[in-house]
Design a protein around this ligand. Sequence first.
Ligand code: F0G
Length: 467
Amino acid sequence: MPVYPPEPWRIKMVEPLRTTTRDDREEALREAGWNPCLLRSEDVYVDLFTDSGTNAMSDRQWSALMRGDEAYAGARSFYVFEEAVRAFYGYEHVIPVHQGRGGENILSRCLIRPGTHVPGNMYFPSTRAHQELNGATFHDVIVDEAHDAESEHPFKGDVDLGKLRAVIAEFGADAIPYVSLAATVNMAGGQPISVANVAETCALAHAHGIPVFLDTARAVENAWLVKQREPGWARASVAEILLALCAPTDGAVMSAKKDSLANIGGWIALRDPVLAEQARGLVLVYEGLHTYGGMTGRDMEAIAVGIAESVEEDHIRARVAQVEYLGERLDRAGVPITRPIGGHCVCIDAAAALPHVPRTDFPAQTVACAIYLEAGVRGVERGAVTAGRDPVTGVNRLPKLELLRLAIPRRVYTRAHMDLVADTVIAVHRDRDRIACGLTFAYEPRHLRFFQARFKPVSGASIFDTR
Ligand code: F0G
């Protein structure tokens, strides 16, 4: 059995889960248009849709809620929050937003002009959507290994500096408003970027006058993986590594719903006072006053405590170990997963698991449905459905990775839940030949289509029909 360190917490309050029958689940999934994203959560037993906003807050966070100052302007809670972001991430100007994509909207609007180009280490759907909505073209400059589920490269989040140089040479530095980095890289399976690569990427970009912004949603998990894998960092604290990752960058966009152990919230942090003033102006228009940005005072208090807890080594060790435990169980049973196991999720390589389902019939969406039907476990497709269509040509993008992501909320599930998930996935994989067909769109939304799309089996009434 893989290692499972005991959780560094005990349970003080419980949230009952509802068990369902196979018939219940078949009805629920049909009503949801074969899209687990559209299921009601009460029809789900173990919900690994996302680690975003699904964390369990600590008693310290819950008690901090009572300190929330709900003043419209200049709330004390804002200054507590600002101080925490400054202390742990090292940026001077801190601007609150309601969640990560609120920050992406503001940063993209501040910096992007139509016809410009944004290079980045793979894309995240909401990040790229804001870049494209503002008229930029995204260019993936991540190392090739990131697109290979089997590669054991320890830093699959690294930028390929040759690819970045080529984008700069082709379009010119003036046409590149910024480089968009993420730590970790969600779409590659929670893969980290090395401290050395962040520094080299910034040095190259800065030599051309191009700023670099870091998506810090899971930068603490990235810091933990740096401590395990990058030479020279084993003895540094996670807090020190987090500061080192942020230090060379010009700013960050944060979804506090991930690392910071909160249920909502986010921020933009910048070094340039002029850009910060511009961003505050847009926050006023889209989010709320620049001292709350769409959050309540108590949200900001809970985030401030969550930031400090997130870098505690007992916490981050257990968090990542739980993800590794699930991944190792699947790997040892022969389920094809993205290697190495990432910081927040285990990703099943659905193209490898279901070679008989054509890529155009969405194998990862199909596996998501099969796993839900088996035991009420919900994961999310991270493949062709999520990749969407090219905004210019309208052609479906077919990414190299066709993944089903099982993202693990922080401090929510126990080892028994992880075993249930592993047993479910292993059973579905063992019986994979019973999956007779994939899925096709019954309704396809224009933006971020994976959330609201509806599907139907390509043939028959079910993916298990042999007709
Ligand atoms: N950046 C990354 C790397 C993310 O994973 C997310 C959200 C965002 C930005 C946007 O932040 O949700 O607060 O607006 N990821 C969630 C997920 C939705 O399931 O991976 P948000």
